[in-house]
Design a protein around this ligand. Structure first.
Ligand code: NAG
Ligand code: ZN
Length: 295
């Protein structure tokens, strides 16, 4: 009986966690889009390696696990991993944005140290395949999270504490950056929307808007040491956090608090969201390639 009730509690907890706006990172659709972009760029050997590790030979092998970490963090077994989804930059937006690992990464870890930790676990042949598969799911997810500007910001719990309105609904600033703005670009919250958005972002990387910058996005991709991985991740976080000053909170909290943001605000945010999704997807491809090269 005890077992039944605790299972029930867990199920209720996970179900309600999925409904809480703004506590996850990019909504599932954003994470899936990043994963599909990555699938479109990984080397053939990388695809085989991760299909085997994840036990999924379908084309969706990365997208299917891309938001697993967001449900795991709300289970009792996974609660320890909640701080791994963000870094609490204690800067002062919109006048000054910055990330400092010593200042901003808490004692329980953050997205920067988590990326290094789980990469090391994937590469550790002494770990079980299950532990390495879980580490892969973490790396796939956190490479996405770090690109969401409000996951690299401490103010108002990454904007969760800033009430806003979107399409007439009460929500918060973090939630609209996770889901509403990405969905306003892709046209929906389904796996199919993620896939078609990823297809257009892939074209933009190969031959369109992003073609000239894509190589620079992956210059610092490295898995050589924990400190190299952390230095790379701090750069990614710094870039993401800079959008808090330039876009997310460009007019300060008062410019967004209790305001309707499905309009001019969203129009200005969309190019940043598309860029961050494309960039983290391309980085994820090259990062997974580097892991396989080092394995
Ligand atoms: C590394 O990952 C393991 C396995 O999930 C976890 O127990 C540990 O707390 C993590 N360590 C750091 C520093 O993130
Ligand atoms: Zn997350």
């Amino acid at each position: 009986m005890a077992r039944t009730s605790s299972t029930t509690r867990l199920a209720v907890l996970s179900a309600s966690a999925l409904l809480l706006p703004g506590v996850a990172a990019w909504g599932a659709m954003g994470h899936e889009a990043i994963a599909y972009v990555a699938s479109n760029f990984v080397a053939t050997g990388t695809k085989t390696y991760f299909q085997d590790l994840l036990g999924d030979t379908s084309a969706d092998y990365l997208a299917s696990v891309a938001s697993w970490a967001d449900s795991y963090r709300y289970t009792s077994a996974g609660a320890f991993s909640a701080p791994f989804h963000y870094i609490d930059a204690q800067d002062n937006p919109p006048s000054s944005c910055s990330v400092d690992l010593d200042r901003d990464c808490g004692d329980d870890g953050c997205v920067v140290t988590a990326l290094a930790n789980y990469t090391t676990i994937i590469l550790d042949s002494g770990k079980t395949k299950a532990a390495r598969a879980m580490a892969a799911k973490m790396v796939i997810h956190f490479t996405g999270d770090i690109g969401q500007p409000l996951h690299c910001e401490n103010l108002e719990t990454g904007g969760n504490g800033i009430d806003v309105s979107y399409d007439g609904e009460d929500t918060n600033l973090h939630a609209i950056w996770d889901s509403d703005i990405p969905e306003s670009i892709s046209g929906g919250s389904t796996l199919a929307s993620a896939k078609s958005w990823a297809t257009s972002l892939t074209t933009a990387i190969k031959s369109g808007t992003y073609k000239s910058q894509a190589a620079s996005w992956v210059e610092d991709v490295s898995v050589s040491s924990k400190s190299d991985i952390e230095a790379m991740a701090v750069e990614w976080a710094t870039e993401s956090n800079a959008y808090v000053c330039s876009t997310v909170l460009v007019g300060g909290v008062s410019a967004v608090e209790d305001k309707e943001l499905d309009g001019a605000y969203t129009t200005k945010a969309q190019p940043v969201v598309s860029l961050q999704i494309a960039k983290q997807g391309y980085r994820l491809a090259k990062y997974l390639d580097a892991i396989v090269a080092a394995a």
